[in-house]
Write a protein that binds this ligand. Structure first.
Ligand code: CAA
Length: 240
């Protein structure tokens, strides 16, 4: 969307086909908006924007072919430190010395991930927010301000549900109406993915076992273990 040639690398063509669909759908929403805006030349300008953005994007399973000439590599795989280190060690062998590495991790320490590479001086965190085309924050601050506050808040909402204090719908309604949040905690957790929320909380629990706020939550663990991960699987706290 910003004019850079980009390659999206994933492990299977099936996943890439799903990604292409999601990206096309998302760009379609933006095209729809631009098609009514004189600044973009209405429909014609909107169509050019959409097709040129898609033309700049390559979807591939061949990591090496694109990494060799990349200026920046942004990793966004599973929230597991060993998996991330293994991937970066591989990418480090192929990428040019000037190439900058970044992780989209939501909670893991950047310095530890970078330790798997020989470019600790060209390694950072680039943390995007869902939905990425809309949210204006890109966080690279040590400590991850948003998730450090957001995850305990989501966890406390689930504990409230677990205690039977209120239903998910009631809690969402209260936060939307009382604090002006666009989505209550259960809608947001389903949107982020319950597996992601659990991985982040579990990771912190391992690092800070004495902190009550990161303790595992039965309701959340149950949903994740039965494959109810939120919007992406059609069911989480809500059905979609
Ligand atoms: N792609 C492109 N555009 C999109 C989009 C998408 N996937 N989703 C929404 N939009 C656009 C819409 O076209 C619309 O644009 P206009 O207003 O300019 O017409 C705008 O965004 C608002 O969308 P809607 O009217 O459909 O609905 P809404 O007003 O409820 O907004 C929302 C949707 C932006 C998702 C809003 O509900 C929201 O801000 N939710 C909270 C999001 C949030 O807290 N994100 C952070 C999650 S934490 C995280 O991601 C970090 C982590 O590590 C886990």
């Amino acid at each position: 969307m910003k004019g850079h040639d980009t390659a999206l690398v994933d492990v299977s063509d099936e996943v890439l086909a799903k990604s292409k669909l999601a990206i096309t759908k998302s760009l379609g929403r933006i095209q729809e908006k631009f098609s009514q805006d004189p600044k973009y030349g209405y429909l014609e300008g909107a169509e050019v924007f959409m097709s040129s953005a898609l033309k700049r994007l390559t979807l591939t399973t061949d990591m090496k072919a694109f990494v060799e000439s990349a200026d920046i590599v942004i990793e966004s795989i599973v929230e597991n430190i060993d998996a991330k280190k293994k991937l970066f060690a591989e990418v480090d062998k192929v990428a040019a010395p000037k190439c900058i590495f970044a992780s989209n991790t939501s909670s893991l320490p950047i310095a530890e991930i970078a330790s798997a590479t020989n470019r600790k001086d060209r390694f950072g965190g680039l943390h995007f927010f869902n939905p990425v085309p809309v949210m204006r924050l890109l966080e690279d601050t040590p400590g991850f301000i948003v998730n450090r506050l957001l995850m305990p808040y989501l966890g406390e909402a689930v504990r409230m549900l677990e205690r039977g204090d209120a239903t998910a719908k009631e809690i969402d309604q209260a936060m939307e109406m009382g604090t002006g949040y666009p989505m209550g905690p259960f809608k947001l957790a389903d949107y982020i993915g319950l597996d992601i929320v659990k991985l982040i909380l579990d990771g912190w629990h391992k690092r800070f076992p004495e902190n009550r706020i990161f303790q595992p939550i039965t309701v959340l663990d149950k949903l994740v273990s039965t494959g109810k991960l939120g919007r992406k699987t059609g069911e989480g706290f809500y059905k979609y």
